[in-house]
Unconditional design. Structure first.
Ligand SMILES: [Ca+2]
Ligand SMILES: [Ca+2]
Ligand SMILES: [Ca+2]
Ligand SMILES: [Ca+2]
Length: 219
């Protein structure tokens, strides 16, 4: 059977593994100085600070129990999944969670394909903000991808009047920004999560003490 899984290592050290809409077998092993994904290849251990798995639809098996030092965030997606975590601190969700009572729903085109997508943000104690992007496939179906925005993002999230959605770097995909009065310095605490178009986000934060410098959200 052909493997439908794919992986990418982002510049911020996230090893993201994506399952297909079918049943996938996702196995990661820590071998010497590498993380080896069965059927896909190796990634240097010192370049990875966390693993994010989105197994997607289907009855998936995710086995990370041969990983000892890298924490993982595993989202099983729909289906009857079997998930085994690493020896580090993991966060695991066995299904798609879109509970409206704990989410903040947003819309935008987060992959730049001109179809409106959904996004919900949830705060999980000790984990931070989980961003669940619901990509519209244009035929009534959708694909769900999760990422973790972290605790730093949460501090600004709490203090701000709400997330702003817009394409702040002009690459055609909508991004997220939070702006709050900085707690310490006289200025604005700005956090921008740039969409990587696949449900992952690249976070930049700055405290802006001189709004007149005109750098804006695309810094
Ligand atoms: Ca799957
Ligand atoms: Ca699944
Ligand atoms: Ca879209
Ligand atoms: Ca953008």
């Amino acid at each position: 059977m052909l493997s439908g899984i794919s992986a990418m290592l982002t510049g911020s050290g996230v090893l993201a593994i994506f399952g297909s809409a079918e049943s996938d077998n996702i196995v990661v092993r820590q071998v010497d100085n590498n993380l080896k994904i069965d059927g896909l290849g190796c990634y240097p251990l010192d370049k990875v600070n966390r693993i994010v798995v989105n197994a997607g639809e289907g009855d998936d098996v995710v086995n990370l129990n041969r990983v000892s030092t890298v924490p993982a965030y595993v989202f099983g997606g729909a289906g009857d999944d079997v998930i085994t975590g690493t020896s580090a601190n993991d966060y695991i969700e066995g299904d798609d969670i879109l509970d409206a009572s704990v989410t903040l729903p947003l819309t935008g085109d987060f992959n730049g394909d001109h179809r409106t997508d959904g996004l919900v943000l949830r705060y999980i104690d000790g984990i931070g903000l989980i961003a669940t992007t619901v990509f519209s496939l244009g035929n009534g179906n959708y694909a769900v991808v999760n990422d973790v925005l972290g605790n730093d993002a949460m501090q600004v999230f709490n203090a701000s009047s709400g997330p702003l959605v817009g394409d702040f770097n002009g690459d055609g995909a909508d991004d997220l920004a939070f702006v709050a009065q900085d707690a310490v310095a006289p200025g604005l605490n700005i956090v921008v999560h740039f969409s990587l178009r696949n449900g992952l986000w690249k976070t930049r934060q700055q405290v802006e003490t001189d709004p007149s410098n005109g750098r804006g959200f695309g810094f």
